[in-house]
Design a binder for this molecule. Structure first.
Ligand code: SF4
Length: 375
């Protein structure tokens, strides 16, 4: 396929996929009126009762201590009479059929669609959040649907999705819903994939790994200061999550949103890439994604493309084999190159996929195994 043919193909396919996204809501769900304030509860398996009816949530490293009648930091878990409940079980506020490349996964069943969902809430408060309208909301603040786990799986199959994605906000906060969907997804022969901030405790994570096939983890920066000041989070638990996912053989990709003046220091970036290579392996794909000003960081400019290109060069020289540039449609850094023979083996533009030269999980030109989940 010539470059011109590919770009024409991308234009046509993009229109098609946009339409799928617009009409992506399952018909039986679309027939419902989204309800504001829908709250469906499920008892959390991860909390410790404390004195006086207080509880400690054990789901994420924040370990909120929550008095009777109150909620944790993520807004979607409540202490009711000394027991801790999820308030978002089965009521997603976002449902779309997305290209898997949008998650982003570049090494998982290219060119397929993923049935993607989220509820309200998050256990971080990133100043640069793209989805803050739902991530920083309580269940009562958003319009959501009544979609039990079996309906998610049925509709995902009917719509031809090859995977179900837990995404848009931090999926840990709708853990019980994700886990129940995940078990049914496995039985149905689809994949479970998630895009996560990695801020989850080891025990629930290991349990989740039993059903999760692939995870894209945001490594938002590589200093505690960045996590503290821009996310109200911590770096170290995220690094532990990455090591656990690797150990549990979940396919891993990393996303680093590069924010001008905040996390674009090249020596720190090099340190991060060397850590990734040592702890996760050189074949772990990483996506350097372009920042656009929004939410609480509107005063910053978009990331210069030259910064993303420098980051890519640093990561490649540190020994990472699959280094991508995101949010710059048409950039050469969207394509996959074989680390051995250097030929382009997957051609992309935005979320569109052109030629694929991966056969049986190997480079079709030289036979090198390519990390990922392939058809
Ligand atoms: S999941 Fe929510 S309630 Fe539980 S510790 Fe994390 S932020 Fe707190």
């Amino acid at each position: 396929m010539t470059k011109r043919e590919f770009l024409r193909f991308c234009g046509t396919s993009f229109c098609t996929l946009s339409a799928i996204s617009l009409f992506g809501l399952p018909e039986s769900v679309r027939a419902q009126r989204p309800t504001k304030g829908l709250v469906k509860t499920k008892l959390s398996p991860y909390f410790t009762p404390l004195d006086g009816g207080e509880i400690r949530c054990e789901l994420c490293p924040r370990r909120c201590r929550v008095p009777r009648g109150k909620r944790g930091f993520c807004r979607v878990r409540e202490n009711r009479d000394g027991k801790y409940y999820s308030l978002v079980y089965g009521n997603p506020c976002a449902i779309h059929l997305d290209p898997i490349e949008k998650k982003p996964f570049f090494h998982v069943l290219p060119s397929t669609t993923s049935f993607s969902l989220a509820t309200a809430g998050c256990n971080f408060q990133c100043k640069f959040c793209q989805n803050w309208e739902i991530s920083q909301a309580s269940p009562e603040d958003v319009y959501s649907h009544d979609v039990p786990p079996d309906l998610v799986v049925r509709k995902a199959k009917e719509m031809g999705a090859r995977s179900v994605a837990y995404t848009y906000v931090e999926p840990t906060i709708f853990y019980e819903y994700m886990l129940d969907i995940g078990s049914l997804v496995k039985k149905a022969g689809l994949l479970n994939v998630c895009h996560s901030n990695g801020f989850i405790n080891p025990e629930p994570l290991r349990n989740l790994c039993k059903v999760m096939d692939a995870a894209n983890i945001d490594l938002k920066g590589f200093t505690e200061q960045f996590y503290r000041e821009l996310c109200d989070g911590e770096l170290n638990p995220v690094l532990e999550t990455l090591k656990t996912l690797k150990k549990e053989k979940v396919h891993l990709e990393i996303t680093n949103l590069m924010i001008p003046t905040k996390n674009d220091d090249m020596p720190v970036l090099k340190e991060m890439c060397l850590w990734l290579k040592k702890e996760l392996g050189p074949d772990t794909p990483i996506h350097f994604s372009r920042f656009y000003p929004l939410y609480k960081l509107k005063s910053l400019p978009p990331t210069p493309v030259s910064t993303l290109e420098r980051a890519r060069a640093v990561a490649l020289s540190a020994g990472l084999e699959y280094v991508y540039i995101g949010n710059v449609p048409g950039h050469e850094g969207e394509n996959t190159f074989c680390p051995k023979c250097k030929k382009m083996i997957i051609q992309r533009s935005g979320y569109m996929v052109g030629e694929v030269h991966v056969k049986g999980g190997k480079c079709a030109f030289c036979g090198k195994p390519i990390s990922g989940i392939w058809p």
